[in-house]
Design a protein around this ligand. Sequence first.
Ligand SMILES: [Zn+2]
Length: 281
Amino acid sequence: MLEVYLTLWRSGALSRIIRFFQDSRSKRWMGFLRSWRRKRVLKSARIDEALWTRVAAKLSFVRGLSEEETARLKQLVVLFLAEKEMHGAQGLQLTDEVRVSIAVQACLPILNLGLDTYNGWVGVVVYPGEFRVRKEETDENGIVHTFDEELAGEAWPGGPVILSWEDVGLAERGYNVVIHEFAHKIHMDGAGDADFPAACAGMDAAKWRETLEGAYRRFCSEVDAGRPTFIDPYAAEHPAEFFAVMSEAFFTESAVLARDWPELYRQFALFYRQDPAGRTG
Ligand SMILES: [Zn+2]
């Protein structure tokens, strides 16, 4: 194998192969293969209705979807489960209910953006409860501090999403760890900077950025002033956390967000191409 590799490398064939996979023709070809595979999956797989009803009963924001939206969400869930690899950690058994529940919440934000938003990674790791990760932080003197942190969820750029099943079960209006982590994925794997994702095509990019920055400043000053807010104060930690926490509110506490943060709500509606506050459920 090594000899084949070296021969290819010396002849320049390897760089030609790499270029082939990077050029747009091969991307089109991969896109064609992907959509062919998806059609095949949708022909043979379907979500059990009783299972769907059980999962949806716990997720109020799914019940408000129209019939057409529900049908599309189900298709996305089937494809998500076919393309992503979900693993249970620390002995957690992944029942169909666990898998479908996570997939439904992961797919809601991309209902009108498409599953390709989640291309480039495959893993979803589910722990029974909060999981411990080792973190490093450098202080102002350049000294690195190492500490352990208990997390309900984590997302890695180009890598897996990690979730605590116990915390997934604690989903309520305004709090949703799955939407939070997948909003991070949309941000970190797409265009934008460390603070915020870039505006989508067709949006006014300057308006999007200005609205997010203004809302973040307002939110931080409300938290600093000790004013009660229905949004988790954790959103004041960093602009990227603000985007993820506001995404949770956008999908699960839509009417309140539209009332209290109307300009931000309008920008999120353009970004996600959805109007959850306009739904009836
Ligand atoms: Zn976060």
